[in-house]
Design a protein. Structure first.
Length: 183
């Protein structure tokens, strides 16, 4: 079997369970595969089976006119089309159309830093975040920068509960960012 692609903005996609080992025929490339994408895909027509190769090269997004992550959910992409995009457009497009999404309660949000989308590393809880609080941008995220009071995140953030934490790392400088979502 061919080695599956690595995702620059989701380097842990396989370990995080965004793909499952399951035989099937990819709806995008019509090839028999052993890995099936399991996370979000936004399109009118919902394919049953997408392989990692069709996620990574954009075939799935093009064929089904869909995306894996909401363009407007990427930090630096404004809702108002008259406002300037402050994140690298090509990389943001890669996140939207060629990067696995991650399960979240409402809808995933993709953090950015240094003008680029960050890499999604995985899920974190209140214990995990303490090591990153020395980083100013991460501390600002925890202390109200993402809409939750800092004391709530420090006490109740979990990897898979009603208040879930999502850890990102800047692809330029290595700084960490946090997103949290609640049921």
């Amino acid at each position: 079997m061919t080695t599956p692609p690595v995702f620059r903005f989701s380097p842990n996609a396989y370990e995080l369970g965004l793909f499952e080992e399951r035989s099937g025929r990819c709806d995008a490339c019509d090839s028999d595969r052993e890995l099936r994408y399991t996370a979000s895909f936004y399109a009118v027509d919902k394919p049953d089976y997408l392989c990692p190769w069709c996620v990574a090269d954009g075939t799935a997004a093009r064929r089904f006119k869909g995306s894996f992550n909401d363009w407007l959910g990427i930090d630096g992409v404004p809702v108002d089309p008259d406002e300037a995009v402050t994140v690298d457009r090509e990389c943001a497009s890669e996140v939207a159309n060629r990067t696995p999404g991650y399960p979240s309660w409402q809808q995933e949000r993709w953090r950015s830093h240094c003008g680029f989308p960050c890499a999604f590393l995985g899920y974190v809880d209140s214990t995990d975040i303490t090591e990153y609080l020395v980083e100013p941008d991460f501390a600002a995220d925890v202390d109200g920068g993402i809409g939750f009071p800092g004391e709530v995140l420090r006490d109740y953030l979990s990897r898979d509960g009603d208040l879930t934490g999502y850890l990102f790392r800047c692809v330029v400088c290595g700084a960490h960012r946090l997103h949290a979502d609640a049921s």
